[in-house]
Design a protein around this ligand. Structure first.
Ligand code: MG
Length: 205
């Protein structure tokens, strides 16, 4: 899978290792045999590409939500600020145009539906059961927990919950994704399936 998209993957900004990307693809392919999936945190479309390629295999749909204004740590002056993403005309980050380029280059426009909004706003009227949920949005505790609470009820039985940036050791990274990962396990609603580097994969019972 990786080979076909290698050039686009290399050209796409993002924070996803090849091994984690392959994991996204594998579970997307499995999940999409049963219906659509949803990603929170599209950014420039790197993870969207891996997931979308899996959903395309089964002619299913992947929704991907992002307000495209960048998360807290990507704002000017912050650790992950990238000037390429800054739109001087509006003085804001804009990653939507990068996502669109990625989807077009990867021929995924028949598979991936971008939703430009905050995830909790979309959740208000969401009625479509999901076979896979990938949480990789804002990494503040409040946002991660909101994403978890708003969206996990939409997962079907045996649907996959994927969470990125899990660092059990606080010295290695922020704790919000690990917090919701543990919350999922402690709820008794999910069982562990795999951990690929910082990508946690759970299955809804
Ligand atoms: Mg991430």
């Amino acid at each position: 899978m990786i080979k076909k998209y290698q050039t686009i993957i290399n050209e796409t900004k993002g924070f996803m290792s090849p091994e984690e990307g392959q994991g996204l693809y594998d579970f997307a392919q499995k999940a999409s045999q049963r219906g659509p999936g949803l990603e929170i945190g599209s950014y420039c479309g790197k993870s969207t590409l891996f997931l979308g390629a899996g959903f395309q295999k089964n002619n299913e749909i992947l929704f991907t939500i992002d307000h495209h204004r960048g998360s807290e740590e990507q704002q000017p002056g912050e650790e992950y600020f990238d000037p390429d993403l800054f739109d001087d005309r509006i003085n804001k980050i804009d990653t939507l145009r990068f996502l669109r380029t990625t989807l077009e280059n990867a021929s995924l426009e028949d598979t991936v539906i971008p939703i430009v909004s905050r995830s909790e706003v979309v959740a208000k009227s969401w009625r479509t059961p999901l076979t896979l949920l990938f949480i990789d949005g804002s990494h503040t505790f409040d946002s991660a927990e909101t994403d978890y609470l708003c969206w996990t009820p939409q997962l079907i039985e045996n649907g996959y919950l994927l969470i990125h940036d899990i660092f059990p050791d606080p010295s290695q990274g922020g704790q919000a994704p690990f917090h919701i990962y543990q919350k999922a396990l402690n709820s008794g609603l999910f069982q562990e399936v795999a951990m690929i580097q910082t990508l946690g994969i759970l299955k809804r019972r």
